[in-house]
Design a protein around this ligand. Structure first.
Ligand SMILES: C[S@@+](CC[C@H](N)C(=O)[O-])C[C@H]1O[C@@H](n2cnc3c(N)ncnc32)[C@H](O)[C@@H]1O
Length: 233
């Protein structure tokens, strides 16, 4: 049994049952090993731009005797794949800005994926906006609290039109996923309360600066989401 933290465990659940998965930025290789040992996946291609990180993945693959099912590839993002080679991919633990760059660099690979699981460490809002504007359907969206941190993990697929915007969810709001709102995720209100507190403090400090309008808008959006979410129970 591979020990996965809650962030990786969430991504694992979104990917289980896929036939061939690419673990982009695999590093330690735990996700690769778990998908093959416990996730019912037939094959995993583990990629990383760093030879040292790729060696770590090769180590775990060898330790668990997975050489016949896992392949390591050195290279950046999706460039290590050909279109249609995988039905699913994970890009976890990188900045959202880098994720957008990697997707833009390999549209033909990304568009063929049935499940693309993303877990950005930063730039979540920009990434969400990019996914919406580029007409990705959000299959699953989870908030994952770990200690004092929150992670957002989402599974998407390229579609032909943007997802319908849920009624009651603030327009042009990408701080948190509209799918968590549509599904009435019980973690949405606590997450938004924490974000609201941070934004209110920032707003006090931002009085008279260029960022004031944006922060005021975000405070309003978070208050709106919390109001709706509190009415669910
Ligand atoms: C913080 S680790 C995350 C490891 C693992 N995915 C996780 O979430 O636990 C980020 C990994 O992404 C790799 N990486 C950074 N830029 C990359 C790129 N352009 N293409 C592939 N891998 C990259 C790094 O070498 C590193 O192994």
């Amino acid at each position: 049994m591979i020990r996965l933290d809650q962030r990786l465990r969430c991504a694992f659940h979104m990917l289980r049952g896929a036939d061939t998965v690419a673990d982009i930025g695999c590093d330690h290789g735990k996700l690769t090993a778990a998908l093959l040992l416990e996730g019912g996946c037939r094959r995993v291609i583990a990629g990383d731009v760093s030879p040292d990180c790729l060696n770590k993945a090769a180590g775990i693959i060898q330790r668990y005797g997975l050489q016949g099912k896992a392949q390591v590839r050195l290279g950046s993002g999706f460039t290590i794949l050909s279109p249609g080679e995988c039905d699913a991919a994970a890009v976890l633990g990188m900045g959202g800005e880098l994720m957008m760059e990697l997707m833009e660099a390999s549209p033909h690979v990304v568009e063929e994926l049935d499940r693309l699981v993303l877990q950005p460490m930063s730039g979540v809002e920009e990434l969400r906006r990019w996914l919406y504007e580029n007409e990705f359907h959000v299959r699953e969206d989870r908030l994952v609290p770990v200690g004092s941190r929150w992670y957002q993990v989402l599974s998407v697929r390229k579609a032909r039109e943007p997802d319908p915007w849920p009624e009651g969810f603030p327009r042009d709001c990408y701080m948190v996923g509209y799918r968590t709102f549509r599904e009435r995720d019980r973690l949405l209100a606590p997450y938004c309360r924490e974000q609201l507190q941070k934004r209110r403090e920032q707003l006090c400090r931002a009085a008279g600066t260029a960022g004031e309008d944006r922060l005021a808008r975000e405070v309003g959006q978070l208050e709106g989401i919390i109001r709706e979410a509190e009415a669910w129970s």
